[in-house]
Design a binder for this molecule. Structure first.
Ligand code: CTP
Length: 394
């Protein structure tokens, strides 16, 4: 941590006083701390105590002309090695997830291009509320590291998750966030497909599926974080492009097959997309409804299997990974699929519980050596673990 600069945003919660202890630990470890206090935060700790411990000027307002002249909020947001929000309140996380810029803290979070670590603390009901959980999931999707709060008795007398994690745990998360990435995939080209495909039926309708693209985007992000050059061929999803990833947007399976072909050669391909098995004969004009009449049948044509084509092609990547969504005898089905498609590995998801759009999943990795149960985990963790295996294999 020696010599690193941490921009510390202190939000307005009862746990704000613990940020003072955090500042002391960070200073002790040799970090510089640039403190930012929200209006709410200033009700729990004073700028004087925060500034004294940080040995730095505390910023509070977006409208401080003197600061804007010497160091604007854009420069402030980027001058740090890491942005830490502690405590991250429900309100501040909601504003950050929505991309608002209505105070200095939110503006810094929107303007920064450095990694962000949020340390939530709030009442248990607020933490468990669907809105907060949605905001946390959105922030994680956007690449923010959000720690899980501790469980226990709260200042308000209730019991459950929502307490600020212990200061040593926060320091540990900061050390991990500052650790240089190993860049073990530097010089490698990784190809990832993600999301659904949409197969048009007529100018306004399509056949689609409920794939969210989250798993494929998480894998593309994890590969890029290890220094790989990543081409992400994405079906129609509304997700942000992960940092350092080249994205090619496609709509149909035929478009996706062409984009995959155009992206070759690659060292590794991870085919996460839920490609539609069939496409329809597209009607040139909108199919009209005629009351009481049976609609004309939709004639379906099989789409090319992109994974199969890649695995059996002339320019086969060294490592080809497929995904399978299975119910019932998952291992047997994934084992057979691995052989049939010619993939080296299949990541098999148990979809009997319904994982589409969720942030967590239950997976098995099926290789030539058999199946490993990885268990229930966040999609980001599946990505991290898979990328660690890819590094070993390459
Ligand atoms: N896949 C592909 N091109 C297709 C269909 C699937 O590249 N036209 C890839 C997916 O990206 C995934 C893997 O193949 O990596 C598994 O797809 P899945 O649809 O489960 O395979 P199917 O054999 O079509 O599945 P099912 O068991 O339902 O027949």
């Amino acid at each position: 941590m020696q010599g690193k600069t941490i921009l510390l945003i202190v939000g307005g919660g009862i746990a704000a006083y613990k940020s003072l202890e955090l500042v002391r630990e960070l200073r002790r470890a040799g970090a510089r701390v640039t403190p930012v206090l929200t209006e709410g935060g200033a009700r729990f700790v004073t700028p004087l105590s925060l500034g004294a411990l940080a040995e730095a000027k505390v910023r509070t307002s977006l409208w401080d002309l003197e600061d804007e002249a010497s160091m604007g909020h854009i420069a402030l947001s980027r001058s740090a090695d890491l942005v830490v929000v502690c405590p991250a309140t429900a309100d501040l996380m909601a504003r950050a997830a929505a991309g608002m810029a209505d105070d200095l803290a939110a503006t810094l979070l929107l303007a920064t291009d450095t990694p962000v670590l949020m340390v939530p603390a709030m009442n248990v009901r607020m933490w468990l509320h669907a809105a907060t959980q949605r905001n946390v999931a959105m922030l994680r999707d956007d690449g923010v590291t959000v720690m899980s709060p501790d469980e226990g008795e709260m200042a308000c007398g209730e019991f459950g998750p929502g307490r600020l994690p212990q200061v040593p745990a926060i320091v540990g998360a900061i050390v991990a966030a500052l650790a240089p990435k190993s860049h073990q995939l530097a010089g490698k080209h990784a190809l990832v497909t993600a999301g659904p495909t949409h197969e048009p039926l007529d100018p306004v309708r399509y056949l689609g599926n409920r794939s969210s693209g989250k798993q494929g985007f998480a894998i593309a992000a994890a590969l890029a974080a290890e220094g790989a050059r990543v081409t992400l061929v994405a079906g129609p999803v509304g997700l942000a492009t992960p940092a350092g990833v080249t994205r090619v947007d496609v709509v149909t399976a035929l478009d996706m097959a062409a984009a995959v072909e155009a992206a070759l050669p690659a060292d590794v391909a991870v085919m996460v997309a839920a490609v539609a098995d069939w496409r329809a004969d597209v009607a040139a004009t909108k199919r009209k409804k005629v009351a009481g009449e049976t609609p004309a049948p939709i004639h379906l044509v099989e789409n090319p299997d992109i994974l199969h084509g890649l695995a059996h092609g002339r320019r086969r990547p060294q490592l080809v990974v497929g995904f399978a969504a299975e119910t019932g005898d998952l291992i047997a089905a994934a084992t057979a699929k691995r052989l049939r498609k010619g993939a080296d590995w299949i990541v098999a998801n148990d979809v009997s519980e319904g994982i589409f759009g969720a942030d967590a999943t239950d997976v098995h990795l099926v290789t030539a050596d058999g199946a490993e149960h990885w268990g229930a985990m966040a999609k980001a963790d599946v990505a991290a673990r898979l990328v660690a295996r890819i590094i070993d294999a390459l």
